[in-house]
Ligand binder design. Sequence first.
Ligand SMILES: [Zn+2]
Length: 782
Amino acid sequence: MKALSTRILPIFLLVALAYHSQAQRTCGTVALQHFSKSPQEVARSNEAFEQWLAEKKATFYQNNSGTQQLNETTVYQIPVVVHVIHTGEAEGAGYNIPDEQIFAQIEVLNRDYRRLNADTSQTPATFKPVAADIGFEFVLAKRDPQGLPTNGITRTNGNRTDWSLADNSTLKSLAYWPADDYLNIWVAPLTSGLLGWAEFPTSDIIDGVNEVANNNALTDGVVITTQAFGSSEFYPQGNYKANFDLGRTATHEIGHFFGLRHISGDGGCNVDDFVQDTPPTSNYYTGCPAPGSFTYSCNAEESMFMNFMEYVNDDCMNLFSLGQKERMVIVVNNSPRRASLLTSLALQEPPVLDLAATDIVAPASGICAMQVQPAVQLSNTGTDTIRSAKVQLAVNNNLVEELTFSLNLAINQDTVVYFSNLSLTEYGDLVFSVNITAVNDSTDALSGNNQLSKTVFRPQVFTSFAEDFTTWPNTWSVRSEALVAQYNYLRAPYYDLDNTAAVLTYYQNFTPYNDQLISPVIDLSGYSKPYLLFDYAYAEIGYYDDALAVVVSFDCGNSFADTLFYKKGKELATTEYPVNFIPSGPRDWQRVALDLSAYKSSLIQLAFVGRSDGGNNIYLDNLMLQEGDYTDVALKGMVNPTGAYATATGQAQVVVENSGTTPIDNLTLATYANGNLLATSNLTGLGLLPGTRTQIAVPLPATAGQYQLQIEVATADDNPENDKLITSVNLLDDAELIPFRERFNEGQITGNWSMASEIDSTTWAIWPGSDTYLYYNAYAQG
Ligand SMILES: [Zn+2]
């Protein structure tokens, strides 16, 4: 049908789904689109897809090659995997349908899509000229995703009989083969009446605007209810649903999979199926309409209700049109996960003789030993037994050893083979590679899976380090789960404007993977009180939780067991900066000391681990290993953020942090008001442990007024940068009425305030909680 508007009417559609009695066809494909998207999003997706398809169509008809293709029929082979989702029956029983029923379904598809179906004779004379041989041939996969021989059928106990559209992901996660290489068909008992559903193809637009392109590969494919899968014509022993026993549900759903819509366009006469030669209709035809029916015709012309994309019974449908063929052929040539099916290895017979190198088991990613014994896993990916393999080992492209291993590997088996011990002399990145050069004294079928390489890092051992990133350190390594490691080496002003630092470039970078900067191996055996000092700078942008951690490894960087430091977002911030942060000077940096004395007799590695939330850059500098005690008292601010105090209180609370590595017992604070020493506070017996905070009372001037208050750590420590706090305080006389200030912090209305009301004197109340405030309780006051 052809019409002007592309809008879909979801209400019409949902009503159609709900009111179909079980005797009529129910297809969930369009409803699935609406399941997780608003009608606007579906409309936008569909429009974007149609626009993309229109462009591909224009290309298709260039040089008349499209016309030629449609007239002559190119045969396209489609690799299929059928996942039978049963309820625990033996193979061949109940929902665990036999192979023969599956073969019968494939036979139906191969007839319907080549117009070899026996009922082509039922196609009305009106439509015979546009009836099409689509040219699709469906082939049960010959190789599984590992390249091993298969019959293209998997069987899984799904343990339920009421799968629905809501279970789309759950159902498909039970069994799935990569949708780039297989048309996945899940055959499962669906909830009452539902025959099946498909996922539409996607365009190859990947600009993020087009939702169609965002469809999930892991759910791509077709679902058919068990009793509508197969054919009573080719496998009469099957247990089929009445009227849907000829395998046409799969024909219909696979039509959707290749981009076809229902003939009615799932709307009235103003909604299109984007096919020229299917006459427009206003509704679905169901059951088996009388020949020549035009009940729902928009132009009082004969309806093509016998099209595979209608809602009629299996034995009343018998054709695809040329317009539908055009659409499917364009999709299979251009759409991601459709075009890639055509070159799938699953279409080819598995090789007779083939061995694959599938994993370099040893060495691990980090090696600290002087000697390693490289080991590689080999897998038989052919059909013959493998008796021997000759394998080369190279390190940094230099051939180290070539060995012939005696094996006895059957189909689908793997084994690990070992090379001789290897003494290492080089440090840094080492590339281990293996290459299978002979199998059973011959050459195997596929050379592509004979080679494998792995980059490992061999760190040097140091007894000290002081890394200031004047140049990028080649004794440190960077490891990342992301495709691109985010550690960079950039200018980052500190005391020196031209200072350089290590930077995690996280500003508007939303890849949430760990980025590790890993130290060389550090031998701490010569230390009695080792500690790590480093400086970092991070500017918070609200809501983004970029994180930084410092972790310790005892096994050459293969795992990191202890976390010494972890902060994220607001907690990590050393300053605020709305955009792409670059430190401007010392005030943007913070120094951190971490006690390493627990590892004083160990060989360890440290990793600085960043994780991006897309907020802002994190800078690291001056990483130093030190010995002894690091004392650092840091003044972190006042408890009262408004700085308004009553003279009656006589004191304020200052937050003190132990940022050093050793407990702080004694501390002297000097308090100045407007530059004059107000008091010296000598505190003893504090017992403030490293990394903890406490509040300490400092005196305030006795008379009301505005003051600049300066609090200083008078006790000498190793980091004077954070020893001074300057703040403004507003000291209020309780008797003062102007200016007045009432924060209702007492939790009740007190003091000089009173209530008067003609209605109810208790309607003003204090809202309880961390921030108390006055509110008028109008609720239920009439
Ligand atoms: Zn449908």
